[in-house]
Design a binder for this molecule. Structure first.
Ligand code: SF4
Ligand code: SF4
Ligand code: SF4
Ligand code: FES
Length: 990
């Protein structure tokens, strides 16, 4: 719906629900608006956007356009109000732009001074009685420069929802507060960077920018102060106009040396995109703008975890094993050796004696080339990637029931759900930016949240209902509530009739899953199970999110299937706010599988044993292709032990640390005749290699990644490859060519053109359609139409109908007994990614989270006399590790939790070789240990500066109303005290 109104005398068309400020911006009228940020909504703290509407002053950011309105942005009243408001801001901020690291053309305070043609400020700048806070390793806060706009508070409270920041408007000299007044480094701040990303000036700034961005900003403090005094000294005579011109000339000079390049995060599967600011090889900052997934959001890793790129221990020379040592070699020699040995082993033992492992950190194009090398050049389907270690069971569950192995919708669809259920996922730490959207919907829009987990992590603490089933029993309670829903006439029968096959057989399979059986098996009260069923059936839309707490079990595929069955029975597919969301772990684990790095699928999940599919690829690649499924990761290790698999080529994958039962894997790797490892560092896995090839990380190459939302995004080259290293796709191509292929790809876009030509799922993907921040969510039709929400018209089976899949339950593996009496759970930690190869190279992250640990419950700690910091030994049926204890009520009773970020004490020394029966994903989460207290006490493995020791201060946002209630507040342009009632007061009083 549209309607008209008048802005500054011009009749203008407005959209329904449009904010006046957005409309004014859309039609190109210039209006000051310091605190407004479209992704934050109206904060109403700065008053600079005052306009006259039908004779009354209103804030344009907080006023909705209405039919027939007469809006004046330039009336004497509005201009006076805007001027007065901005004067108050300048009273809080010293304009020293020429020597300011924020003088980069995008400073809101600078630009507003210019827009309003301010020559002299009426309210003089006054310092605030606070010191600069430098206590966080990554950023600093300068209260003197803080204009109290509250954007940071809004971002922290209502976008990130970490609820660290507030402003106590009642204070004589308000400032931004961390945990109500703690140093940043002792607060609950998780260093996500949201606050810095929205700060309109230099009050909050990345330390990597300070003294680095400007030509004059690196001067010593005294010299800087002198320059600032000179600038201030001339202001009364020259006015700000002349001074701003000088600073703009300096800002323009910066353009020549600071580059801003778009990339996509290299860590988790959320798929955040942002600009990387660089000066030569220095990374100045990460600036998220309006990425399709993340908007202004980042987490600590995406925002600050990039030091590894310039780490001094990057590999820059190929290495060749000589006995127990490695020697440096030229690229020519190393590649020659790789090609010769692969060819020899193929000739001597056949193509299936070789195996290839692709990287879930590298690009789609690189996975495609790796599987093409395996299949078209060597002639084997022994090809896999690390989705085997995490997400293969979820993919299987969805293939069985709805037909596509990916999330059913986008993060926006999750936001639209009225109920979100999170099972076996520590979302706030493993998928931080995605978690923010759930936390926000829960906090601001009344979305309900159920969490099922062994640990009381942040999402569990926030949940309306937290359930803690016995380990490995999720399938039982999910199936029991599905049966209860069917038995009690609560199922969505019209949906089942129209869209779902297999109900009768499925119902029969549910017979054992009574409420009593579930209560007994899972240790959950029947009333709780009924409450879960009730919340699901009463919700307008349900999204289920799950991750490795489900998939890394011996019943991972079946539990994933049970989730999808439940969604089908309750009609929770085919519309926004519904669906299945297995959260992908690595940045490109979805893409690696999508692009054929699997033993049974060519790219786009086209079966290797389908003759039609093979014929298409054979014609495209001009070779004969192998037709039987190859070995997966687990089978590869078994096959080495059996003496059948002789050679392996692996890139960007830390198999020796992340595969389960490390001792068994290490033994296997050391038996290989020939092992090529390609990585950016000398990883743990490199220890077993014969040749190590130095590769380049994502910032040094182009390509595409596919996020958990099935979203394909381009990354651009931020830096030249470090001297001596090469992008993975170039290395793979070189090896293929030395083995007789004649590949001539000059750029990843050419590789994608080949993928699109052979793969219906990606038929319409082109680099042009992915330019800049554009993205596509597969499937992509030839005309470029994509599907952000799947199954809006049909399920992905020939008859368009979904399928209920009958299931049975079997007991978990590696169970506790008298000897191994404790259950060991394991997983990720916010600050580190996976084993920590990248994040440990960030000094700030290392400072906050230096090591792994084992979480011990208060009850067990009391029973065994364990204190935080005590060294303990964990012994499983497969190995042992020495680790420090952290006593916490995040875990209960005889359940332990160990983060996976350690190469010295890796949790996989303790895990078994049991796997999910269907996909061979290791049952990492099924491990039993005994614990020996070693009698040595150390420091806490988490320093006091770790945000887990902070105390959040939740409130509804900036709460500008409290500012308006100050006795000294007056609406600019009016003698009246302004009282407003729009938002509720905060929970902490004030
Ligand atoms: S958690 Fe810390 S970095 Fe993130 S928005 Fe809040 S104060 Fe800023
Ligand atoms: S620190 Fe916060 S309140 Fe201060 S200027 Fe920056 S965003 Fe605004
Ligand atoms: S690690 Fe994940 S959530 Fe964090 S910035 Fe990267 S993609 Fe986003
Ligand atoms: S932009 Fe409207 S009050 Fe700040």
């Amino acid at each position: 719906m549209t309607f008209t109104l008048t802005i500054d005398g011009s009749v203008t068309e407005a959209k329904a629900d449009e904010r006046l400020v957005d409309l004014i911006n859309r039609v190109g009228v210039k209006l000051p608006q310091v605190c407004y940020h479209p992704q934050l909504g109206p904060i109403q703290s700065c008053d600079t956007c005052m306009v006259e509407v039908d004779g009354k002053l209103v804030r344009a950011c907080a006023t909705k356009a209405a039919s027939g309105m007469n809006v004046s942005t330039k009336s004497a009243k509005s201009v006076a109000a805007q001027g007065e408001a901005f004067d108050r801001i300048l009273g809080n901020h010293m304009l020293y732009c020429t020597v300011c690291d924020n003088n980069n053309g995008n400073c809101t305070v600078h630009n507003t001074t210019k827009l309003m043609a301010v020559e002299h400020q009426k309210i003089p700048f006054k310092t605030k009685p606070y010191e600069v806070d430098n206590s966080n390793p990554f950023y600093r806060y300068d209260p003197d420069q803080c204009i109290l706009c509250g954007r940071c508070v809004e971002a922290c409270q209502n976008v990130e929802v970490n609820e660290t920041l507030s402003i106590r408007w009642e204070d004589p000299h308000p400032r931004v507060l961390w945990d109500g007044g703690k140093p940043i480094g002792e607060s609950s701040c998780v260093s996500c960077g949201h606050c810095i990303n929205v700060c309109p000036c230099n009050a909050l700034m990345e330390k990597s920018m300070v003294g680095k961005a400007g030509f004059f900003t690196a001067l010593p403090k005294t010299a800087l102060a002198g320059m600032i005094d000179i600038v201030k000294g001339v202001e009364p005579d020259t006015g700000y106009g002349a001074i701003l011109k000088v600073s703009e000339a300096e800002a323009a000079m910066r353009e020549s040396r600071i580059r801003r390049t778009k990339t996509v995060c290299t860590y988790c599967g959320v798929g955040c995109s942002f600009d990387v600011w660089t000066k030569d090889r220095q990374i100045l900052k990460i600036e998220p703008q309006d990425g399709p997934t993340n908007g202004i959001s980042t987490c600590i890793k995406g925002k600050f975890g990039w030091d590894f790129v310039n780490s001094s221990d990057r590999l820059t020379k190929p290495l060749i094993r000589e006995g127990d040592k490695f020697r440096e070699a030229s690229w020519d020699e190393a590649l020659g050796l790789v090609a010769r040995r692969l060819a020899e082993i193929k000739a001597g033992n056949g193509p299936d004696s070789l195996a290839f492992i692709s990287s879930s950190k590298c690009t789609n194009e690189e996975s495609y080339l790796m599987q093409k090398l395996a299949r078209a050049v060597i002639g084997t389907n022994n090809m896999d990637n690390c989705s085997r270690y995490c997400q293969a069971p979820a993919t299987m569950g969805l293939f069985r029931t709805v037909g596509y192995g990916g999330d059913s919708g986008s993060i926006k669809d999750i936001e639209n759900a009225s109920l979100v259920i999170i099972i076996g996922s520590n979302t706030a730490e493993a998928h931080p930016v995605l978690a923010t959207r759930v936390k926000r919907a829960h906090k601001l829009r009344g979305q309900k949240l159920i969490v099922s987990d062994l640990r009381k992590h942040e999402m569990a603490e926030r949940a309306d209902l937290f359930i803690h089933p016995k380990p490995g029993t999720d399938l039982v309670w999910i199936s029991a509530i599905t049966r209860y829903i069917l038995d009690n006439g609560l199922a969505n029968t019209s949906f089942l009739e129209r869209w779902v096959n297999g109900l009768d057989e499925y119902k029969k399979s549910l017979e054992p899953f009574t409420m009593e059986f579930a209560a007994e098996t899972c240790g959950l009260p029947i009333e709780t199970l009924k409450l879960v069923a009730q919340m699901i059936t009463e919700a307008k839309g349900v999204c289920v999110l799950w991750a490795m707490g489900v998939t890394q079990h011996s019943m991972g595929s079946d539990t994933s299937t049970a989730i999808s069955n439940l969604l089908l029975v309750t009609g929770n597919y085919m519309r926004t706010g519904t669906g299945a969301y297995p959260l992908r772990g690595h940045n490109n684990v979805q893409g690696a599988s999508d692009h054929g790095a699997m033993p049974n699928y060519l790219p786009g999940y086209q079966l290797v044993d389908d003759p039609e599919v093979r014929a298409r690829f054979e014609a495209g690649w001009k070779v004969k292709l192998p037709s039987t499924k190859g070995l997966d990761n687990k089978e590869m290790i078994d096959s080495i032990h059996q003496g059948k698999l002789k050679a392996m080529y692996l890139f960007g994958e830390e198999i020796s640390l992340v595969d389960s039962n490390k001792n068994f894997v290490e033994e296997g790797l050391s038996k290989l005749d020939f092992f090529v490892v390609q990585d950016i560092f000398f990883s743990d896995t490199c220890r077993f290699a014969d040749v190590v090839l130095p590769a380049s990380p994502s910032l040094e190459k182009e390509g595409t990644f596919t996020s958990t939302e099935r979203r394909i995004q381009r990354l651009y080259q931020v830096l030249e490859p470090l001297d001596g290293s090469r992008p993975d796709w170039r290395i793979i191509q070189e090896i293929a060519n030395r083995l007789g292929a004649n590949w001539i790809f000059k750029h990843p876009s050419e590789i994608y053109a080949e993928i699109a030509a052979l793969t219906p799922l990606f038929a319409g993907v082109t680099y042009e359609r992915l330019e800049g921040y554009k993205s596509l969510q597969w499937p992509v039709a030839p005309d470029g139409t994509d599907e952000p929400l799947l199954y809006t018209k049909r399920f992905n089976f020939p008859d368009g109908k979904a399928r209920l899949f009958p299931l049975t339950y079997s007991e978990p593996s590696d169970r506790v007994n008298a000897e191994f009496d404790l259950h060991l759970n394991n997983g990720r930690l916010l600050e580190h990614f996976h084993e920590g190869n990248l994040t440990y190279r960030s000094p700030g992250i290392r400072e906050q989270t230096p090591d792994t640990f084992v979480e011990v419950s208060p009850a067990l700690a009391t029973e065994r006399g364990i204190k935080t910091g005590a060294w303990v030994q964990l012994v499983s049926r497969y190995g042992k590790v020495r680790v420090r204890a952290l006593v916490t009520d995040r875990v209960e009773g005889k359940e332990l939790y160990m983060p996976m970020n350690s190469s010295e004490s890796p949790v996989n020394r303790l895990t078994s070789s049991f796997t999910d029966k269907v996909t061979h994903t290791p049952a990492y989460k099924e491990a039993s240990v005994r614990l020996l207290v070693l009698g040595e006490n150390g420091d806490s493995p988490l320093p006091r500066g770790n945000p887990r020791f902070g105390h959040r201060t939740p409130q509804r946002g900036v709460e500008a109303e409290r500012k308006w209630q100050r006795p000294d507040y007056r609406v600019p342009g009016s003698p009246m005290i302004f009282h407003a009632t729009k938002r509720k007061p905060n929970r902490n009083g004030g």
